[in-house]
Design a protein around this ligand. Structure first.
Ligand SMILES: Cc1cc2nc3c(=O)[nH]c(=O)nc-3n(C[C@H](O)[C@H](O)[C@H](O)COP(=O)(O)OP(=O)(O)OC[C@H]3O[C@@H](n4cnc5c(N)ncnc54)[C@H](O)[C@@H]3O)c2cc1C
Length: 418
């Protein structure tokens, strides 16, 4: 990882951060530097290039995964994984709008190991708020909130991605339980998760009416982690997942039969909403690195920053950064007012969530691309860390709903009267 100059972040770039959240933002920065950075530093040499921390199958090597798990446990114990979970469920009750600034601070370091201070899709999400059985809520949601375990969400299959209602994984009634059979693909966190939130069809041919969500422990007979998904982001953490006749108790069903799509959308929309601080934080990393480089590097007798074409690139990055933050803040305000954790979400909140994902994904892609351009050949190297952000930015346009699905959702909800 490149050394980061922690500068003054959003505030230094002249971006507004509300007064009431500044203390929290400084607190998370201090927590990262004092508690988590030493763990990352132990592995310093191995984290720059994926070839040094992935095995031949493309999976994160044990030493690095152990460091990630250690960070998750320390951050979980300090309450960071429960930060956005409602207070009545034992969480910190932080609103998504406030979480945006905390996320920004975390991602302003780029894609470092320390970003695990906040839970991403492996942690608690609104889907699990719908567990009503107290014992199960503690076993699954409680342990995720404390960072003791990690989870994955398994919806996508080889024959069904955007069209979730077309999934072929089945859940068949068997006495007081269910037998799950199916094959999931591109599941983030699957290689290391302690349990999966599985979307399955209970009545083949019934479309979304038969969908349900089941929690399946990784040690259930028939649960099998399959081939790694070796994609351009080389995260070492995404794979296939097989359910070869896994038996789960009916208690492990979240919600009712027929609520599977709505529950899945709670997870998916949460991932869309989280794009906000993640993308603007990574864009800040790109802009800060570009500003530093353009002031140091000289060409034609001048610093790059004095060349009009380079100033234009820096200004465009800033405008994109400003635009993505403004969009996120406005969308989150609307989403919070309309509600985002219930099974029925208003079309306006769904639309704002899609607007947020689309705007952030597209803007980060442009910013990362421009940052590489400002850095010249150096921008293409692993050590500058920007090419990794560029690859991740390209990837972001696919998971949690593609760009086209966001556009379709926006258009569909506009046609309906809210
Ligand atoms: C790194 C990574 C991590 C992932 N993590 C997870 C995970 O944790 N859990 C999980 O369940 N899934 C995960 N996925 C899967 C991801 O959610 C799907 O890839 C995504 O939903 C798109 O599905 P698909 O790839 O099957 O594309 P398809 O649905 O086959 O779409 C192919 C193309 O057709 C377009 N298209 C499809 N339908 C429409 C439409 N109605 N209107 C316009 N265009 C359309 C798409 O936009 C796309 O361009 C992950 C994927 C990646 C790459």
């Amino acid at each position: 990882m490149p050394p980061t100059d922690h500068g003054s972040g959003a505030l230094g770039l002249g971006l507004p951060v509300p007064e009431h959240i500044r203390g929290r933002v400084s607190e998370v920065r201090e927590f990262i530097e004092t508690r988590l950075r030493p763990i990352e530093d132990r592995l310093a040499g191995r984290l720059v290039d994926e070839r040094d921390h992935l095995d031949r199958e493309g999976r994160i090597v044990p030493e690095v995964q152990e460091a990630k798990d250690e960070i998750r446990r320390i951050a979980g114990a300090a309450g960071y994984h429960a930060l956005p979970v409602p207070v009545e469920l034992g969480g910190g009750g932080m609103s998504p709008s406030d979480l945006l600034y905390v996320q920004e601070e975390v991602y302003r370091d780029g894609l470092r190991l320390t970003k695990e201070v906040l839970a991403w899709t492996e942690g608690p999400t609104p889907l699990l708020y719908h567990l009503t059985d107290g014992e199960l809520r503690e076993r699954y949601l409680g342990r995720l909130m404390r960072g003791e375990v990690s989870a994955c969400f398994a919806a996508t299959e080889p024959n069904a991605g955007s069209d979730l209602a077309a999934i072929e994984t089945t859940a068949t009634r068997d006495g007081d339980g269910w037998i799950i059979r199916g094959h999931k693909a591109f599941i983030t966190g699957a290689p290391f998760a302690q349990f999966a939130q599985v979307v399955a069809q209970t009545e083949p041919g019934s479309g979304k009416e038969g969908l349900a969500v089941f929690l399946v422990d990784a040690d259930t007979p028939g649960y099998r982690v399959g081939r790694m998904a070796t994609t351009m982001i080389e995260d070492g953490n995404t794979s296939e997942l097989h359910f070869d006749g896994c038996r789960v108790s009916d208690r492990n069903r979240v919600g009712e039969i027929g609520q599977g799509l709505a529950l899945a959308m709670l997870w998916i929309n949460w991932a869309r909403m989280r794009r906000g601080g993640m993308c603007s934080g990574l864009a800040q990393f790109c802009l800060e690195a570009s500003l530093r480089y353009a002031s140091r590097r000289r060409a034609f007798g001048k610093a790059l920053e004095d060349l009009p074409a380079v100033s234009t690139m820096l200004a465009q990055m800033y405008v994109d950064l400003y635009r993505m933050r403004a969009t996120s803040i406005q969308c989150l305000e609307q989403i919070e007012a309309l509600g985002y954790t219930g099974l029925v979400v208003s079309p306006a909140a769904i639309r704002a969530t899609s607007v947020m994902k689309l705007a952030n994904d597209e803007a980060l892609f442009r910013v990362a691309d421009t940052a590489i351009q400002v850095h010249g050949a150096r921008g293409l190297t692993k050590s500058a860390h920007i090419e990794k952000i560029f690859r991740v930015a390209r990837n972001l346009k696919i998971p949690a709903g593609t760009t086209e699905i966001q556009e379709w959702t926006i258009a569909k909800t506009l046609r309906r009267a809210d």
